[in-house]
Design a protein around this ligand. Structure first.
Ligand SMILES: Nc1ncnc2c1ncn2[C@@H]1O[C@H](COP(=O)(O)OP(=O)(O)O)[C@@H](O)[C@H]1O
Ligand SMILES: [Mg+2]
Length: 340
């Protein structure tokens, strides 16, 4: 008995299991994909360059988790392997990606004004010094501004005699049309599709997560089934299903209950359908953004309202978690989705 245990919640045993960056102990239903990834990386065990791999599929199908999982296993097996994870959504340009890599290699973030070629040299120097073999994981690669950084990585062996591993992650394969053929043949040799989960698969993913994160017996009815169905309707997205269960758990806890019930799930689901709660003008903004990211100025132009009005729509949609902003220089870009 711990003196603090009675102050804990009544639902969660380990709430971290529901955090977006939680890496599950088991990635179920992805055995073939993980096997293929392991095979592609296996050359690194012999200190050679691996088969460049591209994971693709709709959101919430386990791409990021699988890449993190397999590279973690690899670095446990071979301590000279160093996974370097980069989310391209956060660094979209060649210098931005290089800066991140340099920092992860323990270097200092380069001073402003240093050219990208200098940064590349610094990266190569740091890799050589570390005597490690890096595995570059470029997540959300479709948000890269240019394929130049892929070229840099793809030439590491030929130009600098450095071995490496590479995993790129994409939602849509269309991005490949924008990538130089030479890069495709060196970096993206093995394409692995992550298909959407079926409702029954989502349900067992949820049950696994519940075992880790929830107090036994703290959920009733068909809570898992309903959460799974919700994710299944949204292109088999496990993230959405897990998030719904998490929020339903918090709802139950706030209500002072010790069990998540269907009505907790239902009340979260209602709030989760924010599109019904937005006004006509806001809806127009959402429709525009369905085709992809736009700058604030472009939205104003397309909506044909004053800057101030559009700013109000955008801020209100942001508060509701429907869209997110990002700044690049002085330009504000807006896209659908919650800020991570
Ligand atoms: N096969 C799986 N087994 C367990 N958890 C999974 C599985 N697939 C996805 N998840 C969970 O679902 C969420 C989304 O997965 P993620 O890897 O981020 O998907 P993607 O990168 O394809 O969008 C994460 O919380 C992850 O832990
Ligand atoms: Mg991902």
């Amino acid at each position: 008995m711990n003196y603090f245990s009675e102050f804990g919640g009544s639902i969660f045993k380990k709430e971290e299991a529901f955090y977006p960056d939680y890496l599950p102990e088991n990635i179920v239903y992805r055995e073939n994909e993980l096997k293929q990834m392991a095979y592609n990386l296996s050359a690194l065990l012999k200190r050679r360059t691996g088969v460049g791999t591209l994971l693709w599929g709709t959101p919430g199908t386990g791409k990021t988790s699988s890449a993190r999982y397999i590279t973690k296993e690899l670095s446990e097996e071979a301590q000279f392997v160093l996974p370097i994870y980069i989310n391209c959504w956060e660094c979209r340009t060649r210098p931005a990606v290089l800066t991140t890599i340099i920092e992860k290699l323990g270097g200092f973030s380069p001073r402003r004004g240093v050219g990208a070629d200098e940064m590349l040299k610094e990266m190569i120097f740091l890799i050589e010094k570390s005597k490690k073999i890096p595995v570059f994981i470029l997540d959300e690669m479709d948000t890269l501004k240019s394929d130049r950084i892929l070229y840099d990585i793809g030439r590491l062996r030929e130009n600098h005699s450095l071995n490496y591993g590479f995993i790129g992650i994409l939602n849509k394969l269309e991005f490949l049309n924008k990538v130089d053929r030479r890069i495709r043949s060196s970096l993206l040799q093995s394409l692995i599709e992550f298909r959407a989960y079926k409702p029954s698969e989502l349900k067992s993913i949820l049950l696994e997560r519940a075992k880790v994160g929830l107090i036994p017996g703290s959920y009733g009815g068909d809570v898992m089934g309903v959460c799974a169905g919700f994710g299944a309707k949204r292109e088999g997205d496990a993230r959405i299903a897990i998030n719904l269960l998490w929020r339903a758990g918090r709802h139950a806890e706030r209500e002072g209950k010790n069990r998540i019930e269907l009505n907790d799930v239902e009340s979260i689901k209602e709030n989760n359908e924010p599109e019904s709660k937005i006004n006509k003008e806001e809806k127009k903004v959402v429709e525009l953004l369905k085709k992809g990211e736009l700058s604030f100025k472009e939205i104003i132009k397309k909506i044909g309202k004053t800057e101030r009005m559009v700013r109000n729509y955008v801020n209100s949609l942001e508060k509701k978690g429907i869209l997110k902003k990002r700044k690049e220089g002085k330009t504000i870009f807006i896209s659908l989705g919650k800020r991570k």
